[in-house]
Design a protein around this ligand. Structure first.
Ligand SMILES: C[S@@+](CC[C@H](N)C(=O)[O-])C[C@H]1O[C@@H](n2cnc3c(N)ncnc32)[C@H](O)[C@@H]1O
Length: 450
């Protein structure tokens, strides 16, 4: 590794930024990598892997450290805590890094950062773990909450909520799935696009293309270096989107010529999907809360070559007189806790708290209140989130149907046989990672009755 900078010191800096200063992990990692652009590819990969892995497995790693250390993790100096965490990750999850190197580097770094009196402590804890890791008594399966929390590094309050809502078995499937890697999923554009030709072009560039489940034009891609460099991407024939999100477009299923308002649209996934389904007709009025977000939509709309989309900045919690009873279809793909995609965003599970969840429910209902006014009588409101929490999903929809003149209507006609169930007949679908073959997601189709 290069002598110019200590890679493990950079990792320490990133982890402190995330856990002490509350930064999102992908932002902290990205800004460090941008700052040190001269690093070699292997060094960049090492930094990303250790930071993401340490974050993802933090609760389990802390359990291990606490077993070997008299001072508990939460009482440690932040720098020593992050140093131990990232070193334990390397010891236990990275076979190609020798244990002695991990321990020596950690001791050197503790000394460099001025913690001379703690070098013996750091050394003792790490060598103890390297030697006796197999002796740790991890929680047994009978202790359901602790077992799931430590095995899958999931905060206890979320484990309790999940078991209550989905039962133990489904919760374990969800948590297991959240730790597995899945290939990137893309939607191949429908309108004026020859799907077979797009697949051929991807294959010719060495990409492995596999059919993804549930949606006709959903595919898994792997084996490429840089997705934006692929011809199919540059030509606007494919759009990165999880199958769960594509299902919102399926359930929305707009008529040709419709006027659609997408209230929370960035980066534009569902906007594009719905506009594509209208085959160049009608208009999708695509909105988000800031200019920065609107630009993200514009970038994607332009690349995909969609003419029936207009993009603007609008706060969905603020009433818009101009839109009253104008839309055939309103999409309310609201901000949410994002726990359906916790496998992709490793720190989401630590950032959300019961208080933040309550605030989100309030925001979601505020957006729904406005959305209710924009749908024409007889029109459709499609509510969706990328989370699994009942409070943000079914409970919001049931509240909405009590307060506003809407009723849930069956989505069975828009879904493949495999996804149809009692709830889809009633008008909603809760997807769970590990139970379904996609991210966690919720969608409900509501018809305005007066
Ligand atoms: C789940 S994401 C939307 C994803 C998007 N529909 C797609 O398919 O690509 C939620 C969006 O809500 C936006 N948002 C948050 N608060 C908002 C508000 N008050 N008004 C409008 N949009 C808001 C966020 O900026 C974010 O882009």
């Amino acid at each position: 590794m290069t002598g110019r900078v200590n890679i493990r010191e950079l990792i320490l800096g990133i982890l402190l930024e995330i856990n002490k200063e509350g930064q999102y992990s992908h932002i902290a990692i990205r800004s460090t990598l941008e700052k040190y652009q001269y690093l070699e590819k292997t060094e960049r990969a090492f930094i990303t892997r250790v930071c993401e892995g340490t974050q993802e497995n933090q609760i389990r790693i802390d359990y291990i450290i606490n077993y070997f250390s008299k001072v508990k993790v939460e009482k440690m100096k932040p720098l020593i805590r992050e140093l131990l965490r990232s070193s334990v990750y390397q010891l236990l999850y990275m076979d190609n890094v020798p244990d002695s190197a991990v321990c020596n580097e950690a001791v050197k770094l503790a000394r460099k950062k001025g913690f001379y009196n703690l070098t013996g402590f750091v050394n003792g804890v790490l060598r103890g773990i390297a030697r006796d890791y197999k002796k740790i008594p991890f929680p047994a399966k009978e202790h359901k909450v602790e077992y799931l929390s430590v095995t899958y590094s999931m905060p206890v309050w979320l484990v309790v909520q999940f078991i209550d809502q989905f039962g133990f078995e489904n919760t374990e499937k969800m948590l297991q799935a959240s730790m597995e890697q899945r290939p990137v999923t893309v939607r191949i554009k429908e309108y004026l696009t020859d799907r077979e030709q797009v697949i051929q072009s991807l294959k010719m560039e060495g990409v492995k293309v596999e059919k993804a489940p549930y949606v006709e034009n959903a595919y898994y891609l792997s084996g490429y270096d840089y997705l934006p460099a692929l011809t199919a991407f540059r030509m606007g024939n494919i759009q990165v989107q999880d199958v769960s999100s594509m299902l919102a477009g399926e359930a929305a299923s707009p008529q040709k010529g419709s006027y659609v308002i997408d209230l929370c649209a960035a980066p534009g996934g569902k906007t594009i999907c719905v506009a594509d389904k209208m085959q160049g007709t009608g208009l999708v009025d695509s909105r988000d809360v800031s200019e920065k977000k609107a630009d993200l939509i514009r970038e994607n709309v332009e690349r995909m070559g969609m003419a029936n989309i207009s993009v603007s900045v609008h706060d969905a919690t603020v009433f818009d007189h101009e839109s009253v009873e104008k839309a055939d279809l309103v999409l309310a793909d609201v901000p949410c806790s994002g726990l359906g995609a916790m496998g992709k965003k490793t720190d989401i599970k630590y950032k959300i708290t019961p208080g933040k969840q309550e605030e989100l429910v309030e925001l979601q209902r505020k957006i729904l209140e406005q959305a209710a006014c924009y749908v024409k009588p007889g029109g459709v409101l499609l509510y969706s989130t990328c989370t699994v929490c009942r409070e943000e999903n079914l409970e919001n929809v049931l509240w909405f149907t009590r307060e506003y003149p809407y009723k849930l209507e069956s989505i069975d006609d828009f879904l493949c046989e495999e996804l149809r169930s009692e709830t889809t007949k009633q008008g909603y679908l809760q997807l769970l990672p590990g139970v379904h073959k996609c991210d966690g997601f919720f969608l409900a189709r509501l018809r305005r009755i007066e």
